[in-house]
Ligand binder design. Sequence first.
Ligand SMILES: NC(=O)c1ccc[n+]([C@@H]2O[C@H](COP(=O)([O-])OP(=O)(O)OC[C@H]3O[C@@H](n4cnc5c(N)ncnc54)[C@H](O)[C@@H]3O)[C@@H](O)[C@H]2O)c1
Length: 285
Amino acid sequence: MTGQGLPTGRSSRLDNKLVLITGAARGIGRACATEFAAEGADLVLLDIAADIDGCPYPMGTWSQLRHTAELCRGYGVHVTADRLDVRDSAAGSRIVERVLDEHGRIDALINNAGLAAPSGKPLHEVTDEEWQLMLDVDLTGAFRMLRSAVPGMIRHGAGSVVNIASTAGMVGYRHFAGYVAAKHGLVGLTKAAALDYAPLGVRVNALCPGSVRDDPELEGRMLGEIARSLDLPVAEHEHTFIAAQPTNRFVAARDVAKAALWLASDESRDVTGAVIAVDGGFSVR
Ligand SMILES: NC(=O)c1ccc[n+]([C@@H]2O[C@H](COP(=O)([O-])OP(=O)(O)OC[C@H]3O[C@@H](n4cnc5c(N)ncnc54)[C@H](O)[C@@H]3O)[C@@H](O)[C@H]2O)c1
């Protein structure tokens, strides 16, 4: 396990923590899972593991989710993997109840599941169904998981929720109204929930990644799909986006995962309601 996208050693910053991650089959979700496993966290890995009607590109698969789980077990932690569509409130609640029965607590929830499309057109061409799908997954999915997981965290007197938003939660992107609105909503949800739960020991923060490189080891594909939505050849899209990055490079999924790791750990115990860009300076100019 020595590849570019995966951690190389074992440490203990999350020993004895139980972490739930949505959208864990590939990409940033897999990067989070492996980083967390390498720091000793036991994991519940969730993904729809099936394609979504109305989304023009394939979702993660069951075999990708199982592969993430196997990579994590390689670090010696306890891992379960389940199918979950974050649009299904009842199924999300059942999984949370089962985890609480089995483990007694959930220390951290990483709301990572998300779609970048249907997108790539001006908003007057967006149908009700397309708008609804984007909000249902990218905003309401996180709301549902938060609502299910927080009561157990409150009983335990501690917990950390990390919402994987986007720079699209901080600034606009042309022809991505649904995605931008959903991610701005997720940032707002983060701030409101942080205030609801700060006195109860539960922290809620958001990460806003910039353009994350599609790492073959992690099998993420969002950047390529954004290019496809814009009818851009991937190489041209990469050129355009790198030119907008003050650091002149894409963000690595692993760097997003390391920020999530810090937010999930007790090292960030006074941080709540924060909206942290992991974007190479993209959003400050
Ligand atoms: N890649 C980027 O450039 C980038 C930038 C900013 C933010 N993000 C955000 O990071 C998160 C992860 O993105 P990624 O790049 O890894 O994308 P990805 O498409 O490679 O992976 C997303 C995962 O989420 C799962 N998923 C999608 N809808 C789901 C649902 N309804 N229920 C359960 N699982 C579902 C997919 O099956 C897939 O495994 C997303 O929320 C995305 O918006 C990505």
